[in-house]
Design a protein around this ligand. Structure first.
Ligand SMILES: Nc1ncnc2c1ncn2[C@@H]1O[C@H](COP(=O)(O)OP(=O)(O)OP(=O)(O)O)[C@@H](O)[C@H]1O
Ligand SMILES: [Mg+2]
Length: 413
């Protein structure tokens, strides 16, 4: 289906997947594709919707979260919804009708306007786009485009200033340093499953100091992933609150949280979840592109992280062509590309053979130290757990400290 897509149209789908996963969806809906086009080709949308207020309102309306499902559906698992698939089919027809061998963002937009449920078309129309898929005349388009770029630049500068302030306030002070880290107070989590209530976490208090590396162990099903999801704001606790660097995360709105996760938390899962049809470099660039950076700036940072994980010569390979260990090192590079302060890893070596697991774990420790991260690692591997600063065991909804006498990565040289 994607053979005739231009690079630009492929990036639209790439962004749409991430939008869908950020908004807690379990499929890429037609409107996520529209968000993808908004990111990839703002000038195109400006031709359809010349008013900046209309574009902003449209974006806000689509981004209104449809309610998290509590699962961490990752972007790589995200299928296309039937409507999105249909819109892509129409995009192909539109390209054919105009004798164009390639499908680009403009064809995608036309496809979305024809999509049968009409939801996206309705949205566009409601905000002033012409119904017949003919963009507004180009007059003033260039001006509007440069105004949009200036706004984006201001937004990035404001975000950078805010993050510098946070650092100056004692945030990222290096391995083993002081400063308030991640704190959870009275965390409980109950699920309603099969008509019954399942209590997974029961009044957990914890503190993870800045620069610490802590392992969470416990038998399968005891709630380790649930704890990690709650601490990383991917899921909400039934009771309790989570704080990071003195901010209460539990009071942030969903947009603010999405931005917080994008900037402050790097995630590594058991599966690498790289998008197989994109190059490794593109995969690692993605969080920075989503934060609104230029491709050139994102590529610079991505290349630097790839070098750190020893994959500088693999950047142009499609992610699907890499070995499992290489993919997981790539996932670590992607997790760190925003230079987050927190690293959350859920059984990052669970799928690897012993030697590869050792290499990936050693790299995780090295990155933890080099970047002064605060790291939470869920693992079934007790050898790895012992090499962390502290080990917590999750048992019957409570955390117990297993042993505090390990040398730990912050002290070991
Ligand atoms: N969304 C959900 N709805 C209902 N129950 C859930 C949900 N997510 C997890 N659970 C249940 O909560 C319990 C804890 O699950 P969790 O995935 O956190 O365990 P875990 O310790 O990470 O296990 P593993 O080591 O196998 O990964 C399990 O009994 C699981 O079935
Ligand atoms: Mg788990």
């Amino acid at each position: 289906m994607f053979d005739r897509f231009t690079e630009s149209a492929r990036r639209v789908v790439f962004y749409a997947r991430y939008e869908a996963s950020e908004l807690g969806g379990d499929a890429i809906a037609a409107e996520h594709l529209l968000l993808g086009i908004l990111r990839e080709d703002p000038a195109l949308i400006q031709r359809y919707l010349p008013s900046p207020a209309a574009r902003q309102a449209l974006r806000a309306e689509i981004r209104r979260p449809a309610g998290r499902n509590g699962k961490s559906t990752t972007a790589a698992d995200m299928p296309l919804s039937p409507e999105a698939r249909q819109a892509l089919g129409y995009a192909a027809e539109e390209a054919e009708r105009r004798g164009d061998p390639h499908i680009g963002p403009e064809q995608l937009l036309r496809g979305l306007q024809r999509e049968e449920t009409g939801f996206t078309a309705d949205l566009l129309r409601r905000y002033g786009a012409p119904a017949n898929a003919t963009p507004a005349a180009d007059g003033g388009g260039a001006e509007a485009a440069s105004a949009g770029q200036a706004r984006d630049k201001n937004r990035i500068q404001a975000a950078a200033a805010a993050s510098n302030q946070a650092e100056a306030a004692g945030g990222n002070d290096g391995a083993g340093g002081g400063g308030e880290g991640l704190r959870a107070v009275g965390i409980s989590k109950r699920y309603a499953a099969g008509g019954q209530e399942l209590q997974v976490l029961s009044g957990i208090h914890l503190e993870l100091g800045m620069g610490e590396m802590v392992a969470v162990v416990g038998e399968s099903g005891c709630g380790k992933s649930t704890l990690l999801h709650v601490l990383s704001t991917l899921d909400t606790p039934t009771e309790g609150a989570v704080y990071f660097a003195a901010s209460c995360l539990s009071r942030m709105g969903s947009d603010q949280l999405a931005e917080f996760r994008n900037r402050e938390i790097g995630f590594v899962w058991q599966m690498p979840h790289l998008l197989p049809e994109f190059t490794l470099l593109e995969n690692v660039m993605l969080p920075r592109m989503i934060a609104g950076e230029t491709a050139a700036a994102a590529a610079r940072q991505a290349a630097a992280r790839l070098e750190e994980v020893g994959l500088e010569r693999r950047g142009t390979h499609r992610a699907g062509e890499l070995s499992g260990g290489e993919q997981q090192r790539g996932a670590l590079a992607r997790a760190l590309v925003m230079q987050p302060r927190l690293l959350m890893a859920d059984e990052p070596t669970g799928n690897l053979d012993e030697a590869t697991a050792e290499r990936v774990f050693a790299l995780l420790v090295e990155m933890h130290r080099r970047h002064g991260l605060t790291t939470l690692l869920v693992t079934h591997n007790l050898q790895f757990a012992r090499r962390c600063d502290r080990v917590w065991r999750l048992h019957q909804g409570k955390l117990e400290r297993l042993d505090t006498a390990f040398p730990g990565p912050s002290e070991a040289s």
